[in-house]
Design a protein around this ligand. Structure first.
Ligand code: VG1
Ligand code: CO
Length: 543
């Protein structure tokens, strides 16, 4: 094997967003585009001697090709070993699990998560550090700086590695170990949850449907839910990962996971439904004719953690992203534990978990997880719910309603306006920024504006500061509206509007969230001049 150096020129657009670098496949296929980014990762982390790298992706189009390139570059950059999932497959949580289990120096995950795939779809790459979590901002910024200056990369001249057979392959001084993508992850799940009682639930006629959306979780769900927990095989649908996700949009929400939604809202619906996204780190939880908002899900998991073996020793604390509702804060208060509010993106939870300050974390965007790994974890959330349902022997809807009755309901919704021109989106944000002073104290019907700001966060562990994390319009009664631009899209801009109000009155808990939030919804469109500036009246996705 010969390792050579290739002269290259930088691309200026390789700035990682909320979760890694995401671009359309044709952009990634440009000469040296992938190589430049990978070399910039290796240069930034200055590969220590005898290092192992975990490598895998969600199986989307270009996954295999990219893996072969990265293996050759890893060999030329002095890695001792690369552990790659069979077929190039690793879900994001499984990659995090492997990095931690084998104490590797980190991992590269190839995924654009919930973004569509295929030759014209999206591709993505992210680097996770030795703790198993997404690289923090200071590392992603250093990678971006390296990308802008790169002049050469190193790559070995070697044949492609056989990715479909388990085993060790010696390539020069490096070993490629093709591993089972599911095994270690499934074992970790068995160590956290009461599999025996979940199995009894599933064989007693309690029916579940899990929609893998033709993305990476199919093999994981089959192994865990069907093989290990005894659910009937047809409990897992769209279970085969496909390079284009079957033409779908692997985003587990009420709009894109419509197959599942139709089943759970249909006649003779199962008792429990769930879906996961492209790379397996998100979860949507449904009951019979019932939807659980991710913010409520986090709060409910926290309140019921004492029922789950892996969490029976108690929770150190909870963290949620700023736009996530304050439902979890109420549980934290009742449990007498701290609750942290971080910017959007799982990378902000890593320090808190490493420092032992929090056990559970969540985001309103269908992301929930714990310190068992350093990523959000879709199937973990499903198993947590099943464990809770098995222990409480009540319907999912009853559990949620009892939770609201005890803690009050944080009525919540997110409205996404996808694919709007970047200038229009920027002008909305600029208008809002310019209105902070004039909005303060203004009365809208019963609601009065208390404060407007742009959220910034000081990491309590390392003191790093992140600014510009979303515009908040806070009202005196605790209601709020948050405006943010997405950092994961690849085309135009996506404006997210997050709406929240608190309803203590149990007599009003049955009301539809959109109805309860209608005043906030109209204030949001008024103060952002949404229609005038974007031409949109209706959101693309409501959750
Ligand atoms: C979105 C979500 C955010 C999540 C991120 C990555 O980011 O809002 O909560 O952490 O996706 O999730 P944005 O910037 O588009 O709002 V995933 O499943 O794409 O790794
Ligand atoms: Co994801």
């Amino acid at each position: 094997m010969q390792a050579g150096t290739v002269v290259t020129t930088p691309y200026q657009d390789q700035k990682p967003g909320t979760s890694g670098l995401r671009k359309r496949v044709p952009i990634f296929q440009q000469t040296h585009y992938l190589e430049n980014f990978v070399q910039s990762i290796f240069d930034t982390i200055a590969v220590p001697p005898n290092s192992t790298l975990v490598l895998g992706g969600d199986g989307r189009y270009y996954n295999r090709e990219a893996i072969q390139v990265i293996l050759k570059m890893a060999a030329a950059n002095g890695f001792w070993r690369v552990m790659v999932g069979r077929g190039g497959i690793l879900s994001t949580p499984a990659a995090s699990c492997l990095i931690r289990k084998y104490r590797t120096c980190g991992g590269i995950i190839l995924s654009a998560s919930h973004n569509p795939g295929g030759p014209e779809g999206d591709f993505g790459i992210k680097y996770n550090t030795a703790n198993g979590g997404p690289a923090p901002e200071k590392i992603t910024e250093a990678i971006f700086a390296a990308c802008k200056q790169i002049a050469q990369y190193r790559i070995a001249d070697m044949p492609d590695v056989e990715l479909d057979r388990l085993g060790d392959y010696e390539i020069g001084d490096m070993t490629v170990t093709v591993i089972d993508p599911v095994e270690a992850y499934a074992e970790l799940m068995e160590s956290l949850f009461d599999f025996a009682s979940i199995r009894s639930l599933l064989v007693s006629g309690f029916r579940i449907k899990f929609d893998a959306m033709h993305a990476v979780t199919g093999p994981y769900a089959r192994e865990i839910l069907v093989n290990r927990l005894g659910a009937p095989a047809d409990s897992v649908i769209n279970a085969v990962p496909l390079p284009d996700f079957g033409g779908g949009h692997p985003d587990p929400n009420l709009t894109y996971a419509h197959d599942l939604v139709e089943i759970l809202y249909g006649e003779n619906a199962p008792d429990f439904g769930a879906a996961s996204d492209g790379d397996g780190d998100r979860n949507m939880i449904l009951g019979k004719h019932f939807f659980v908002t991710p913010s409520d899900s986090l709060a409910i998991l926290a309140a019921n953690a004492y029922l789950v073996p892996g969490y029976q020793q108690g929770l150190a604390g909870i963290a949620r992203s700023m736009p996530t509702s304050a439902a979890a804060d109420r549980v934290a208060k009742a449990l007498g534990i701290p609750c942290f509010e971080t910017p959007t993106g799982w990378k902000f939870f890593g320090n808190l978990m490493d420092a032992g300050k929090v056990t559970l974390c969540g985001e309103e965007s269908f992301g929930t997880g714990s310190d068992h790994i350093r990523e959000k974890d879709g199937l973990w959330a499903v198993l947590f719910w099943l464990n809770m349902l098995a222990a409480r022997k009540q319907s999912l809807e009853t559990i949620v309603r009892e939770h609201w009755a005890r803690f009050g309901r944080n009525v919540y919704s997110r409205h996404d306006y996808e694919g709007i021109p970047a200038e229009a989106a920027n002008s909305v944000m600029k208008l809002l920024h310019g209105s902070f002073e004039s909005l303060k104290g203004v009365q809208f019907g019963d609601l009065q504006v208390k404060l407007c700001d742009d959220f910034s966060y000081t990491d309590p562990v390392d003191g790093s500061v992140s600014t510009g994390q979303g515009v908040r319009i806070l009202f005196t009664d605790g209601s709020r509206i948050v405006f943010r631009l997405s950092g994961t899209g690849t085309e135009g801009a996506t404006l997210r509007i997050y709406l929240e109000s608190f309803e203590p009155d149990v007599g009003k808990h049955h009301l539809d969230a959109q109805e309860s939030l209608s005043t906030l919804i109209s204030i949001a469109s008024q103060i952002s001049e949404l229609h005038k500036r974007t031409g949109r009246i209706q959101p693309t996705v409501i959750t």
